[in-house]
Design a binder for this molecule. Structure first.
Ligand code: PEP
Ligand code: MN
Length: 337
């Protein structure tokens, strides 16, 4: 059960409510976010929802049978909209594009990509300055100096930044320079990191784990929400399968199912999803028809020279074509429903 509390609920009313919940053997978890106060009640007993819902100090009460609660669509039927500032809205009918390199590499690259995004009316640039790499000898990112350099150019051009945070100790230094924290697939169940991101009033894009289930992704998001941050979006980026013809198996099913299960925006990452440049556009367009609220993909002026993930990175011509087709597909999809 989720109980939404009124901001002005008194101590006395809270004690009374607590007593009623303990009488029906419900364990209580108190959650305060940037937008509201909640009690998450967990228990098995049948109860009369009206007997609790009518108590003073309560805004609303909902039965939520899912074991993830706050991210469930069972209590919040209207999809969440995340406001990134300057009119950039994500989710609930706003189609979002995020594009950029796998890794931030230097000033010239930043300037080129920003110009490309502006020419295509893309408002959010992706790029890693802390890179999770399979080999410790591969390029591991420019770090905080790279982020500051990027931020200087992005903010001067009205471009928002999404970048991966790999550990809790990076949050403080990064938070003034990013608009969205990305949690990478390898950290999808790093519960300490998720707890810490719950304490920051900054949007988070949470990727599905390399072999994470849909249920695990939703529970991971619940960590962020229950720690105080409602500004979460989920990202399908492909899962590991027995198939080795491509890098990952992009799970289109997950997009359709997530849209049913959660009110959070769902973003598709076709670049990591298939890992092969030639097919990124097809997978991206399919994700829109499956219900994605947005697409994040990798682009670079010269993908062959990219420091990481060049094999799945689109050049600017391919990127422009994809952006055009994504917008058309989204408009078409809206007509269908
Ligand atoms: C990335 O976005 O560059 C990245 C490392 O993604 P993932 O965590 O999905 O592998
Ligand atoms: Mn990448």
């Amino acid at each position: 059960m989720i109980i939404q509390l009124q901001a002005e609920i008194s101590e006395q009313e809270l004690t009374n409510l607590e007593r009623k919940l303990s009488a029906i053997e419900y364990k209580t978890n108190y959650v305060t976010t940037q937008y509201g106060r909640y009690i998450i009640g967990v228990g098995k007993k049948e109860f009369d929802i009206r007997a609790i819902g009518c108590l003073p100090g309560i805004k609303d009460i909902h039965r939520v049978s899912d074991s993830f609660k706050l991210v469930s669509k069972k209590w919040k039927v209207k999809d969440t909209t995340i406001d990134i500032g300057d009119g950039v809205l994500i989710g609930s009918g706003h189609f979002t594009l995020m594009a950029g390199p796998c890794s931030i590499e230097g000033e010239e690259q930043i300037i080129n990509i920003i110009a490309h995004l502006k020419a295509n009316d893309v408002k959010i640039m992706r790029g890693g300055v802390y890179k999770p790499r399979s080999s410790p000898y591969s390029f591991r990112g420019m770090g905080i100096d790279g982020l500051k350099l990027w931020h200087k150019h992005a903010s001067a051009n009205g471009i928002k930044i999404i970048s991966e945070v790999m550990m809790t100790s990076q949050i403080d230094a990064m938070k003034d320079y990013v608009d969205i924290f990305q949690v990478g697939a390898r950290n999808s169940q790093n519960f300490n990191l998720l707890d810490a991101l719950g304490e920051v009033d900054k949007a988070v894009l949470l990727k599905r784990g390399i072999s994470g289930t849909i249920d695990e992704l939703l529970h991971a998001a619940e960590y962020i929400f229950s720690n105080g941050n409602e500004r979460i979006m989920l990202c399908e980026r492909g899962i590991r399968s027995y198939e080795n013809a491509y890098r990952n198996c992009f799970d289109i099913n997950a997009i359709a199912m997530l849209k049913e299960k959660t009110h959070l925006p769902v973003i598709a990452d076709p670049s990591h999803g298939i890992g092969l440049r030639k097919y990124v556009d097809k997978v991206a367009l399919a994700s829109v028809l499956a219900g994605a609220d947005g697409v994040i993909f990798e682009t670079h002026q010269i993908p062959e020279k990219a420091f990481s993930d060049g094999q799945q990175t689109l050049n600017f011509e391919e990127s422009s074509r994809l952006i055009h087709n994504l917008k058309k597909t989204y408009a078409f999809k809206r007509e269908l429903i």
